[in-house]
Design a protein around this ligand. Sequence first.
Ligand code: ZN
Length: 125
Amino acid sequence: MKKPTKKCKNPECEEAIVDYKSSKKTYCNDRCRNRAGYLNRAAENYEFELVKKHTKLNYLALKKCYDKNILEIDIKTLKILEFNIDYLANPKLYKIKDELINVFYVKEIEFYYSKKEQKIIIIKN
Ligand SMILES: [Zn+2]
């Protein structure tokens, strides 16, 4: 039976692995394995820094509004303040006005996103 064609998992290589003894072989050689490991770690680190950066920008945007006691803000306005909705994470489910809502946190600020109104609503405690 012919073995399926495999490609080296190093994204910079992707050569076909034709002569493999073990079906577990995923790289041409150690150099490719090490390079792929390095690239993966670099990508994870980049992703981590990106999340950190945007979480901070989100906080600053919300804080600006919060300090002015503006608690309902259009997404469009927030975008101008460099808020990025793609970087909201780990919501907690709460019941607000008989509706289950994903509440987000950045530091001391609690808020949720109303898709219908295209607004972020800050919850003032
Ligand atoms: Zn390779």
